[in-house]
Design a protein around this ligand. Structure first.
Ligand code: HDE
Length: 722
């Protein structure tokens, strides 16, 4: 028998982490008693080698199964308990490992060790998530995305548990259960899954005006990202940086994707939920697997303590952002995701983030939303992971040494030796000892405070609309169109007219044109502004903030883009080769799609392997479509309804469409069947002309068009039947 390769995870230790004391203890004895290599033989959980994994123990070949079968009972018992409660929010997630590097020392602002030395590579684990859906829901639901980063620093774990949208729904943690209950499936019938388009969500939202700003983001295409790799990330709350001398500055954290910020369009997101519910996690997994390591730059907006009150909004209010035009984002480092998980459950499911996992040099502000989170995250792990020892699960263990007098509890792994489990002590030489700030100990920033014990919201939190309006004004025309369409879609699913009216009435506070357009879309008159609206403080400064619009982002890369090439027998193989070369040089992938799987014979008689058959994919899974020439191929595809739909949909979704030579026949057929007025697809991003050969000029313009990602300004998109 050939010896199987020992699995890398067999030791049970996370790469880069020391084994737990229990493991170490065990390994001293192990060598002398081990009868087999780990990973080689099927065993019970007690290490008993199993001789028959096909049949349970029974009384005779046709007799009843015996209770005595301890091997069967152990196996089934474990299986029965394989599921743990999913996260109450952010249940669906995808994780990956990577590293973080700071570009230059941030010593001037913070003493955090991982932000000092550009040569240091700090390991990170990242989990992206949707908020509302269950674990099995679709990736492309309209939702905020979680963006949690754990830095395994030498001073302990620092968790930056943020989102892809810089502001939150509510200002005070006490409203969180209400918000989440409203967006989750309605309790009487558990409908709808992973969707905010239902009565209870809009009922709550329309009664809580502080949600208006985030709502503008959630109705924008930010809530349907093209990829996890093309999302920004935000720490949302204001935190503090503390320098060596104890001086504090306020700080907001940002992640800027190197690939730029790109999103789907709604029709595509809906179709993707059916075509590939794992669209985002697959994209992340494949990118890392292929060595196209996703990268984000780390940015900070720093506000000196003395400027705390210089803004029209309160820095402690999580429904507000600091416009980048007021305080630019300084880029200070980079995160690279370079390793997929070995085991989804052990890592992505069991990771337990906590906004209270801080390191010296980073501290909280008094944001009442952040303060409320500090209780929740430990508490939820107790019911989710089942024990106070969840920090001992490998993915949760810090790299930094853990030494304290906490003991025992369910599922305890650490085997601490000795008789001392208290402090102060003399029997243990006083260890483990406290460390002052100067020696790396964590000291809470000593902020002076006074006040009455009261339940009130600060008046400085009262302006709910200025930044919602700033966001609206800062959007490109197509982005505004998509926001209007999203409001119309969501509110049209609301069955109670009074809720729709109340929501549109709130929108009059953001922008009258927005309210008018949404009212038109819903077939209703614009209601009056809410009572008391006039008393609310407002500002229209700044007029615009370019950073809020995706239209102003980077569009210089095709890394990770996926291009579909539609082929049939007789296709022009040389055209495919030339386009493949250009795409691969830029880091994009190309897939050949034919009416059926197997191979097609190209014009020169050579067989080429097909990657997918047309019925099993769809244009929504790709960023662009190329139809090469070859008369027979183009004719066969033009007669194939799936191929025609593929091109029509790609056009409707604003994607680059290219053809060479006779490939233009299919583009023309798709355009005619889409009902375009003059029977042609026109406008930006259509590189289709009969007789056009694949030369450098062609491939360059194709690559530039794909880098642009999408041509949302095509005039006829909404009229395309697809
Ligand atoms: Fe969370 N949130 N949250 N949240 N949150 C959780 O913790 C909570 C909030 C965020 O990938 C839970 O371990 C309260 C803001 C992310 O594992 C829970 C409040 C922001 C994740 C919880 C908030 C977030 C969570 C559920 C109001 C952006 C996923 C499972 C005060 C800055 C973490 C868990 C992961 C997860 C509570 C508000 C982001 C229940 C009470 C604001 C990215 O503890």
């Amino acid at each position: 028998m050939t010896k199987p390769k020992t699995p890398t995870a067999a030791s049970g230790n996370r790469t880069g982490l020391d084994p737990s004391p229990a493991d170490a203890n065990r390994s001293e004895q192990a060598a002398s008693v081990l009868a087999q290599e780990p990973g080689e033989t099927l065993t019970t959980n007690q290490g008993l080698r199993i001789s028959d994994n096909q049949n349970s123990l029974r009384a005779g070949a046709r007799g009843p199964t015996l209770l005595e079968d301890h091997i069967l009972r152990e196996k089934i018992m474990h299986f029965d308990h394989e599921r743990i409660p999913e996260r109450v929010v952010h249940a669906r997630g995808a994780g990956a490992h990577g590293v973080f590097e700071v570009y230059e020392s941030m010593r001037k602002f913070t003493k955090a060790g991982f932000l000092q030395n550009p040569k240091m590579k700090t390991p990170v684990f990242v989990r992206f998530s949707t908020v509302a859906g269950s674990r099995g829901s679709a990736d492309t639901a309209r939702d905020v995305r979680g963006f949690s980063v754990r830095f395994y620093t030498g001073e302990g774990n620092f968790d930056l548990v943020g989102n892809n949208i810089p502001v939150f729904f509510i200002q005070d943690a006490i409203k969180f259960p209400d918000l989440i209950h409203s967006v989750k499936p309605e309790p009487h019938n558990e409908i709808p899954q992973a969707s905010s388009a239902h009565d209870t969500f809009w009922d709550f939202i329309s009664l809580v005006p502080e949600t208006t700003h985030v709502l503008m983001w959630v109705m924008s295409d930010r809530a349907i990202p093209r990829s996890l790799q093309t999302m920004e990330g935000f720490g949302v709350h204001t935190f503090r940086f503390i320098d060596e001398a104890g001086k504090s500055s306020f700080v907001k954290f940002h992640w800027k994707p190197v690939l730029g910020v790109h999103s789907l369009v709604w029709d595509e997101a809906v179709k993707l939920a059916g075509k590939d519910a794992d669209y985002h996690r697959r994209d992340l997994w494949e990118a890392i697997d292929q060595g196209l390591h996703p990268e984000w730059e780390f940015g900070v907006q720093i506000v000196p303590e003395k400027d705390e009150h210089k803004f029209d909004f309160d820095l402690l209010d999580a429904t507000k952002l600091i416009p980048e035009s007021l305080v630019p984002v300084q880029i200070i480092g980079k995160m690279t995701l370079n390793r997929n998980t070995d085991n989804y459950f052990a890592e992505t499911e069991q990771v337990a983030f906590h906004p209270g996992h801080l390191v010296p040099g980073i501290d909280f502000s008094n944001d009442p939303l952040l303060q409320g989170r500090l209780f929740s995250y430990t508490d939820t792990q107790l019911s989710r992971l089942g024990s106070a020892n969840f920090h001992e699960i490998p993915i949760n263990r810090p790299l930094a040494a853990v030494d304290n007098n906490q003991r025992d509890g369910q599922m305890r792994q650490t085997l601490v030796k000795g008789r001392v489990s208290y402090e102060p002590n003399s029997l243990g030489g006083g260890c483990p000892m406290q460390r002052p700030w100067e020696q790396g100990g964590f000291v809470t920033h000593p902020q002076a405070m006074e006040g009455e014990k009261i339940r009130v919201r600060s008046e400085s939190f009262a302006d709910h609309f200025s930044q919602a309006a700033l966001f609206w004004r800062s959007q490109a025309k197509w982005e505004q169109d998509h926001i209007v369409a999203a409001f119309c879609f969501e509110l049209a699913k609301v069955t109670v007219a009074a809720v729709r009216e109340r929501m549109v009435s709130t929108l009059t506070q953001v922008d009258t044109a927005l309210a008018q357009r949404v009212a038109d879309g819903l077939g209703m008159a614009v209601p009056k502004p809410p009572a008391g609206a006039k008393g609310v403080p407002r500002t229209d400064k700044p007029a615009r903030d370019p950073a809020l619009s995706m239209a102003n982002g980077r569009k210089d890369s095709i890394v990770g883009r996926k291009v579909a090439v539609l082929v049939a027998d007789g296709v022009d193989g040389a055209a495919i080769d030339a386009v493949r070369k250009a795409l691969h040089a830029g880091g994009a992938a190309m897939k050949l799609i034919a009416p059926r799987l197997g191979e097609v014979k190209n014009k020169a008689g050579k067989m080429i392997k097909v990657d997918h058959s047309l019925p099993t994919v769809g244009s929504v899974l790709f960023d662009s479509v190329f139809v090469p020439g070859g008369k027979a191929s183009a004719e066969a595809l033009s007669a194939d309804a799936n191929a025609v739909l593929f091109v029509k949909e790609a056009y409707k979704h604003g994607k680059t469409i290219a053809s060479s030579d006779e490939g233009a026949t299919l583009i023309a057929k798709a355009a005619r069947s889409a009902g375009t007025p003059d029977g042609e697809f026109q406008g930006p991003g259509v590189i289709a002309a009969s007789g056009k050969a694949v030369n450098d000029v062609f491939t360059k313009s194709l690559v530039a068009a794909i880098a642009n990602h999408r041509f949302a300004e095509r005039p006829d998109l909404d009229s395309i039947v697809a």
